[in-house]
Design a protein around this ligand. Structure first.
Ligand code: UDP
Length: 482
């Protein structure tokens, strides 16, 4: 009897937060289901526990040729740590390396297939370890190509004396807004304010700044290709400029649309299951609540899985929402909700029936719902792509990390959104909501949003840029890494 042909194996090891795990899972599902790869998908123990709590054991059961494994991360088992401190998490990544090596070398399946396996990861210490043990690897960068390019400029920003900041006063006195940086390849008219927030330090030895500053070098030398979760049309200038400094790059996205395209209408359950791998329990009742609302009448407000607003910001936002007169669906994560309620009882009474507050929602389905008119977002990259794919305009309130750059892109390059001030009062929130939900500005934003939605749909159809890039990735890189 002929032995069945051995299938190529991909080992996915995403940076262990929601915004990286979700797109990694989408890409893994696409490559497994439609391109013939077996997949081992690595969670950290902490995230494994979260998936079990949120979605039960079935969510980690896998399927033939697709399995989940977990490695220790040393994080507490407590339910309370629903969101992690990004800086602490970044600094703890090297601690994963021994567990990763042990996994690859002692796991029967992986040890047998090291030569026919490829690591897909955005965790640099893990990529370096893979190289050491002879495991080929590619980067999957889950944020914008623009944010990658912006980080690549950190050494020059430091060499020109623009950063680190002289003192924290510079954050308040307009220095970031007034300092123009006009020499970044593919990124015209940037201000220091638009760079990833890691520049906002006064410490010349800041470890996160140093880590971001080294990304060009790390990704130039370690992986054999870099996949960006984006589409050519969205970030063409930067992608072109990036080709000069990186190994071959592939712009592939938006992944939820590629999954829908590939599965067609035949298998909605597969598309739903692969679309998100939520680490928190979703409240699907908010979709029923939206069903009762008029088309484009609801503002959706959500700040992703990590950003935390202060109590004062929550209260200002609450009154901004109430005073705007618009209906709203607002996600306030459970780790953001205090033991003492922050939202004033008067706000809750005044907005009863008009507002729905939930701790975690099926965001992609919410954005696709016809009742949603605009999205007040922290500008996490997945949220931006999900909104763009659904043709929903943005009200941008960037929190930190890459979000400043993403907000700049949406507002100045794509004309898909408007940005709110860094620490807005209720009047500013109210005005901004009125702007994006109606009037001339809202109208203009909706037109742009519809155009972008069509471009994203085209890119993911057969022959579209992202579909072609996915085929190229499979043929030029993943199938030859053996
Ligand atoms: N998300 C969700 N339900 C929510 C809030 C967020 O499913 O109530 C998902 C959202 O669809 C996105 C991810 O969580 O895919 C957040 O990733 P993003 O890059 O936007 O932000 P991050 O959490 O990394 O800051």
């Amino acid at each position: 009897m002929a032995t069945p042909a051995k299938r190529p194996h991909l080992l996915f090891f995403p940076f262990p937060v929601q915004g990286h795990v979700t797109p990694a899972f989408q890409l893994a599902s696409l490559l497994h289901r439609f391109h013939g790869f077996d997949v081992t998908f690595v969670h950290t123990d902490y995230n494994r526990r979260r998936v079990l709590r949120a979605r039960g054991a079935d969510a980690l059961a896998g399927s033939p040729g697709f399995r989940f494994v977990a490695v220790p991360d040393g994080l507490p088992a407590s339910d309370e740590v629903a969101a992690q401190d990004m800086a602490a998490l970044l600094l703890s990544l090297p601690a994963l390396v021994p567990h990763f090596k042990e996994l690859v070398l002692s796991d029967e399946l992986l040890a047998a297939s090291t030569a026919s396996c490829c690591l897909v990861s955005d965790v640099v210490p893990v990529q370096r370890a893979a190289k050491e043990i002879g495991l080929p690897c590619v980067t999957f960068w889950t944020s914008s190509a623009n944010s990658f390019m912006a980080c690549c400029q950190f050494p020059q920003l430091a060499a020109k004396g623009l950063v680190p900041l002289k003192d924290t006063e510079q954050l308040k006195n307009g220095y970031l807004e007034s300092t123009v940086v006009d020499w970044v390849p593919g990124m015209p008219k940037m201000r220091l304010k638009d760079f990833p927030s890691f520049i906002r330090t006064t410490d010349p030895d800041d470890a996160i700044f140093a880590m971001a500053a080294s990304i060009a070098e790390s990704h130039r030398t370690v992986p054999s290709a870099v996949i960006f979760h984006t589409l050519d049309e969205l970030e063409s200038q930067v992608l072109r400029a990036m080709s000069a400094i990186l190994p071959p790059i592939y712009a592939i996205g938006p992944l939820p649309l590629l999954l829908r395209q590939a599965a067609g209408d035949d298998d909605p359950a597969f598309v739903d299951a692969s679309g998100s791998t939520s680490l928190s329990k979703e409240n699907r009742a908010c979709l029923d609540w939206l069903d009762g609302k008029r088309a484009k009448s609801v503002l959706f407000a959500s700040f992703g899985s990590i950003v935390k607003l202060t109590d004062e910001q929550l209260v200002e936002l609450a009154w901004g929402l109430a005073n705007s007169g618009h209906d709203f669906l607002w996600v306030i994560r459970s780790d953001q909700q205090q033991k003492q309620p922050v939202l004033p009882p008067e706000f809750l009474a005044e907005t009863e029936g008009r507002g729905c507050v939930t701790s975690w929602c099926p965001q992609q389905a919410v954005l696709r719902h016809g009742a949603v008119g605009a999205f007040l977002t922290h500008c996490g990259w997945n949220s931006m792509l999900e909104s763009l794919s659904a043709g929903v305009p943005l009200l941008c309130w960037p929190g930190g990390a890459d979000q400043q750059t993403n907000s700049w892109l949406a507002c100045t390059e794509w004309r898909l959104g408007v940005e709110i001030g860094e620490d807005p009062r209720r009047e500013e929130v109210e005005l901004a909501i009125r702007q994006v939900m109606g009037g001339d500005v809202g109208e203009q934003l909706r037109r742009s949003a519809t155009e972008w939605k069509e471009k994203a749909a085209l890119a993911t159809r057969p022959g579209g840029s992202s579909s072609v890039n996915l085929e190229r990735l499979v043929n030029e890189v993943l199938s030859t890494e053996r």
